[in-house]
Design a protein around this ligand. Structure first.
Ligand code: ADP
Ligand code: MG
Length: 726
């Protein structure tokens, strides 16, 4: 029976229950999953050197049989694993310092491919950077047979083009076993593939048919190697993925990358069409009452960016279509006041405006800022927080329901059942990515087609914005208000930590406050938490009499808020924290931020953290403490940059979009093949193709678009909903 994409892998020859279980651990249940389990890197064996021709100082790739092996301790206590490799032309020793454990994997008789530099220790030696077992002793033929030269059969296992795919493996299933399974069934599996992208779209973008793309990725052909365009850097494994395969592999990657972007743009284009077509928005009038009053009474001049954003938002709100706009700007660029202009435009049209923040602390803070700005107008915001007493909450809800509360600031309490608005005309959502789609929708549903303004303190490059926020219009704030000092950033070694602590102590003595940040990464959560706890105790001792507080992700939110408030109110001088510090938290007196293990953060994330200081008028400092030499260039470059957009760009180029898009993963965006830093052309083609396609078939109802629907369904659980309505 012919294979189908949804056939369970267990039905494949060579896959029994045990292997099926191992594959399941890799997220592979069906034939389609297996096809998409593309190699995460390739080893290019097109340039195999005969062992006799190996010269010291060269980088070589060798293929040969293991004739002997052993572990050799050195005088310095380092254990070196050594193995002798033989081909037709001669013998050479390979040495793996400090990798004695290889003794368990590498055995005489195996056919091995190694790549690495040739050095001279005890004679010529290869120090493998990589090695791959091409065949085990039985497959390769043992004993006397091990003298034979590698045969065509062995070369076949390299793939026709001698470009060796290396697969992500798991316990109980080696990458070689996976390669065997894939190669054994590749043609059969590929025959089941239907190309969901219309041929016209595909050829306009110069892309391989989907079947050929899978062939190119799983079985790169020798002829294609090096013929394609220079391979770009895969975002997952920046240094190795997709680089070695050359044209064939790269063409395959481009096709799958295009597909990701195409599917995503279809979802985005559909969302945009629906939101534009949905109930007409409120058509506000520019009465220039409250908005003009605010402009006159502002204690500062708006930046150019703020003025532009206010203009863009005003135009949206005056139009008939609903506003669906994202205001993106670094921390401290003054998004709140821009939002306030929009809120007052709604209010002077007899509507209510709601501003929702992700935490109580942030809501309080915005409440205070807005109260300060509104006071000269004789107005005050209504604040609705979960921690208010039930009597206070009920009273606030009474005013919101009656319509006497016009500018409303709050937390999730705003979307709870009992909150009903009298006439909600504008919804502002701060740190919008911290809310789920449903939560944002819940607030919007409290009005009849209110305008929507989303705020984000995570600046992202244009290409990425088109992808993740393609359904929104975007306003950008790039400059910070004049007079704000730049945060001076320095990179220090762990040995200088004591000096940094002294510096913090001096700052505290001068009345300033400081943050000390520890990353928590899952695998070592306990160790990291211990490190943060120890550091806070240590700091408390050193900094006496200044108080030190600790916040971390395992605390109850109420307890965390208590500590944060104490810090905000100056009762605590130094706050030791895991990255749970609120993105928008504004403590102008905090002048120092020390970050431990900065190498574990993306630059955009570091920039976010750094934004916690430099919010007052005092000179502020950010100290990155690391012993990771490899990270130094990246961190030093970061230290010199202060513009969030440029940092995001750099981050995108270096690490790919994982980190940046992480903020919206819940929206279903996870690109595996596309690299937005280098695939701009694919993105543009995908966007055009997707928008055109929906012109012709808005809900993807045509039978020939069924495979496309199916794939979107598979990729974007939520996205497909959009094609079920309207
Ligand atoms: P963010 O973009 O991080 O949300 P906020 O809106 O919280 O920034 O603004 C940070 C601070 O800067 C607030 O105290 C705000 O009143 C002040 N601010 C905003 N715009 C300006 C400006 N143009 N000039 C001076 N201060 C400003
Ligand atoms: Mg803010």
């Amino acid at each position: 029976m012919a294979l189908r994409l949804d056939s369970p892998v267990q039905f494949l020859r060579g896959v029994g229950p045990r292997r099926a279980e191992a594959l399941a651990r890799l997220g592979i249940a069906t034939v389609e999953d297996l096809l998409y389990h593309t190699p995460h890197r390739y080893i290019d064996a097109t340039q195999v050197t005969p062992i006799a021709k190996v010269r010291e100082g060269e980088e070589v790739t060798l293929v040969g049989y293991i004739v002997s092996k052993g572990v050799l301790p050195t005088r310095k206590g380092l254990r070196i694993f050594r193995a002798v490799l033989r081909d037709d032309s001669g013998l050479i020793e390979c040495a793996w310092p400090g990798q004695a454990f290889l003794d368990r994997t590498i055995a005489p008789g195996q056919l091995l491919l190694v790549t690495g530099p040739v050095k001279h220790f005890h004679g010529r030696q290869v120090v493998p950077r990589e090695f791959v077992v091409l065949a085990d002793a039985e497959e390769a033929g043992t004993g006397d047979d091990s003298r034979r030269r590698p045969t065509t059969a062995d070369e076949e296992s390299l793939g026709a083009g001698m470009v060796l795919p290396v697969y992500g493996a798991t316990e109980g299933l080696s990458h070689r076993q996976i390669r065997r399974i894939v190669l054994d069934h590749l043609d059969e599996m590929v025959a089941a593939v239907e190309d969901p992208v219309p041929a016209a779209v595909r050829s306009a973008a110069g892309l391989l048919p989907l079947r050929d793309a899978f062939l190119a990725l799983h079985r790169p052909s020798s002829t294609a190697v090096g013929q394609g365009r220079p391979s770009s850097v895969g975002h997952r494994r920046p240094t190795s993925a997709f680089t070695a395969g050359g044209g064939g592999v790269e063409d395959g990657r481009r096709r799958l990358a295009f597909d990701e972007l195409f599917d995503l743009q279809l979802v985005v284009a559909r969302a945009r069409r629906l939101s534009k077509a949905a109930a007409k928005g409120v058509r506000f009038e520019n009465r220039r009452e409250l908005t003009s009053a605010l402009k006159q009474r502002l204690p500062f001049e708006l930046t150019r960016g703020q003025k532009r954003a206010v203009r863009e938002i005003t135009l949206d709100m005056l139009g008939t279509e609903r506003m669906h706009r994202l205001l993106m700007g670094d921390v401290g660029t003054g998004k709140t006041v821009v939002a306030l202009f929009a809120m007052l435009l709604a209010v002077e049209n007899d509507y209510q405006a709601a501003f929702m923040a992700p935490t109580e602390l942030l809501a309080e803070q915005h409440g205070r800022t807005i109260a300060m700005l509104l006071a000269p107008l004789g107005m005050a915001p209504e604040i609705l927080l979960g921690r208010l007493s039930s009597a206070d909450k009920a009273a606030a809800r009474g005013r919101i329901g009656a319509g006497s509360a016009r500018v409303v600031v709050g937390t999730h309490a705003l979307i709870e059942e009992p909150t009903a608005f009298h006439r909600l005309g504008l919804v502002v959502i701060d740190e919008q990515h911290r809310f789920g789609v449903e939560q944002r929708a819940a607030l919007i549903a409290k009005g009849a087609a209110p305008d929507v303004l989303l705020l984000s303190a995570t600046p992202i490059p244009r290409t990425l914005a088109l992808t993740v926020y393609g359904d929104l219009d975007i306003s950008v704030l790039t400059e910070r208000p004049a007079g704000r000092p730049v945060v001076r950033t320095g990179v220090r070694a762990g040995a200088d930590r004591g000096k940094a602590y002294e510096f913090i102590k001096a700052q505290c003595a001068a009345g300033r406050q400081a943050y000390v940040v520890y990353p928590i990464i899952e695998e070592s959560e306990y160790t990291d938490l211990r490190a943060a706890t120890t550091a806070s105790a240590d700091l408390a001792r050193r900094l006496k009499p200044h108080a030190v507080g600790l916040v971390h992700g395992r605390m109850k939110p109420e307890d965390r808020d208590l500590v944060m408030r104490a810090f905000r109110d100056g009762e605590i001088a130094v706050l030791v924290a895991t990255t749970v510090i609120e993105v928008g938290i504004d403590v102008p007196n905090a002048a120092v931020m020390l970050i431990e293990h900065p190498e574990r953060f993306g630059l955009a994330q570091l920039h976010q953290l750094r934004g916690r200081v430099g919010r007052g008028t005092e000179e502020s400092h950010c100290i990155l403490v690391t012993d990771d030499r490899a990270a130094l260039p990246r961190l030093r470059r970061f230290a010199r940059l202060s513009d969030g957009f440029r940092i995001a760009d750099l981050d995108l180029k270096q690490r790919g979009m994982g980190e940046l898009a992480g903020s919206r993963q819940s929206g279903g965006v996870a690109l595996r093949y596309a690299n937005l830093a280098t695939d701009g052309d694919l993105l543009v083609a995908a966007r055009r193709g997707a928008f055109d396609l929906l012109e012709r078939d808005p809900a993807l109802r045509r039978p020939d678009h069924a495979p496309l629907r199916r794939r979107i369904e598979r990729r974007y659980e939520r996205g497909i909903e959009l094609f079920r309505v309207g």
